[in-house]
Ligand binder design. Structure first.
Ligand code: TGC
Ligand code: FAD
Length: 424
């Protein structure tokens, strides 16, 4: 399926390139600030259709809910059901009710969701990349059949527990442990705490990374099983956040939680497990951040055309235009970089360092420019009704989770120099 998409894409690009060069010669090519490098010419018909339906859903159904969600910190779970109906959950997975799209299509969905809010994209990408992907990649046939179809529809909600109160950038030092139950055969006991976990207060399924005999292993913990059994599972929400307020974040406290052996990923051991999932999630974030930046440009442009000072719209002033031009340029470059890494990922040629590069650069640029574009709004930036401050505050967290930007610089630094800054 994915191979067919790539082959179709090659045909599509050559056809479009030909007609585009004909337009330039005829003097018909026009610059479109909303599509500066004609990204559409590099996408397959399927990717274009997915991107358009994602945009329509996000603008019509998500955008009207975002201000209320931000103010109340209430996450409306029905969103995940709606996304499931549209095939946006675990979209790259083949079978189990999933759409089987290209990696680029997954990125395009993330871009549209994050155009509305980074928190909504968080909820979606945790479900897709950090819950469904590990089950699909590391799970047994029984685990896949049991969990994937309901996660694909949003009937089950998942979360991913890697970060702990004392271990964020350095997950290899995690303290959460699993041990065989002393009396019940085929049962493990999980104890520890995970912190800052997207979706945890509302999750039905928890991917928990814990050390078993000193090695990191992945467990699928089910809330219904724990509630029915003996265990101590608590998932308190973290309230009064200054960012990502439209998504729900919490802790996971595990006190001797019983997990059956059939819920352990059988083969995968070590950090490779969680990081394989993060490769996909970080890739999606690289596109999501571009969506947020594009929205910041659109909002600032529109505001600058309406707001007059010194007798003219702000848009007439060079300093305002420079802010818009620099933000737009980095958004356009970011699209092309994510597109290329997505194509390489589908061909099996992408590396974690490439993903670190696009996660870091696209998010850093989106954060830098959205903060600059806040200035265009003057005092009105302080009102959430103008949305721009929400975008910038969210992007600070996006720069922090899934590997803070400096950590990605160190991953790249290690690849460039051969020296690891993480070991002494
Ligand atoms: P290191 O020696 O680099 O690696 C240990 C083992 O892991 C393998 N590995 C990878 N495998 C696949 N993909 C990757 N990207 C991989 N990176 C590493 C590596 O090959 C090795 O395997 P093996 O078999 O040789 O043992 O480990 P380190 O401890 O030196 O790592 C350091 C560092 C900084 C790279 C790493 O710890 C890191 O990336 N830290 C950042 C932590 C992070 O990203 N946390 C994310 C938590 S989840 C989250 O934030 C979700 S937010 C979701 C949302 O709401 O959208
Ligand atoms: P720390 O690791 O304490 O880092 C603090 C600062 O020190 C950073 O700037 C970092 O770059 C810097 N630093 C650390 N080590 C070094 C070094 N060696 N050299 C130079 N600088 C260094 N985690 C999950 O597992 N699942 C989730 O679903 C999830 N969702 C989240 C949702 C939200 C809203 C937030 C805020 C976080 C979420 N996280 C999640 C956690 C996130 O992944 C961590 O916050 C992130 O990995 C950073 O860890 P930390 O906060 O402990 O910061």
């Amino acid at each position: 399926m994915i191979r067919t998409v790539i082959a179709n894409n090659a045909k599509l690009v050559s056809r479009r390139q030909f007609s585009a060069s004909a337009s330039v010669l005829a003097g018909k090519a026009r610059f479109d600030w909303e599509n500066p490098f004609r990204l559409d010419t590099l996408l397959t018909e399927e990717e274009l259709a997915i991107s358009e339906s994602a945009r329509q859903y996000c603008q019509e159904r998500l955008y009207p809910r975002v201000l209320e969600g931000w103010r109340t910190e209430e996450f409306d779970k029905s969103m995940l059901r709606e996304m499931g109906e549209l095939g946006f959950l675990g979209p790259t997975i083949e079978g189990y009710g999933c759409a089987g799209t290209s990696t680029v299509a997954y990125g395009l969905i993330a871009r549209e969701v994050e155009r509305v809010d980074s928190g909504y994209r968080s909820a979606m990408s945790v479900q897709s990349s950090l819950v469904m992907l590990p089950i699909d990649t590391f799970g047994t046939v029984e685990q896949k059949e049991r969990f994937l179809p309901k996660l694909a529809t949003g009937e089950l909600i998942g979360c991913f527990g890697l970060t702990e109160p004392n271990h964020g950038s350095d997950p290899s030092s995690m303290e959460t442990v699993a041990r065989p139950h002393p009396t019940k055969k085929g049962v493990y006991l999980l104890s520890g705490a995970k912190n800052w976990i997207t979706n945890s207060p509302i999750a039905d399924v928890f991917i928990i990374w814990a050390k078993l005999n000193g090695e990191i292993r992945g467990f699928i913990v089910e809330r219904s099983q724990v509630e029915a059994g003996s265990g101590g599972l608590a998932t308190p929400a973290i309230k009064n956040k200054t960012a990502l307020r439209a998504s729900i974040t919490g802790m996971i406290q595990l006190d001797e939680v019983e997990v059956p052996a059939e819920n352990l990923f059988p083969e995968i051991k070590g950090l490779k497990g969680p990081f394989t999932c993060l490769n996909s999630a970080r890739y999606g974030i690289s596109w999501g951040a571009i969506g947020a930046l594009e929205e910041a440009v659109r909002l600032a442009r529109n505001y600058s055309l309406e707001r007059k000072q010194f007798g003219h719209p702000l848009a007439k002033y060079q300093l305002i235009q420079k802010k818009l031009a620099e933000a737009l340029s980095d958004a356009a470059y970011g699209q092309l970089a994510s597109l290329q890494v997505g194509r390489l990922k589908d061909n099996g040629q992408a590396t974690p360092e490439m993903i670190s590069t696009i996660k870091k650069l696209n998010v850093d640029n989106a954060l830098k420019h959205s903060r600059k574009l806040m200035e265009v709004f003057g005092g009105n930036a302080a009102s959430d009704e103008y949305h721009i401050a929400r975008i910038a505050h969210n992007l600070f967290v996006v720069q922090t989770y899934e590997g803070q930007s400096d950590i990605h610089a160190l991953i790249l630094g290690r690849a460039i120099t051969g020296e690891s800054a993480f070991t002494y």
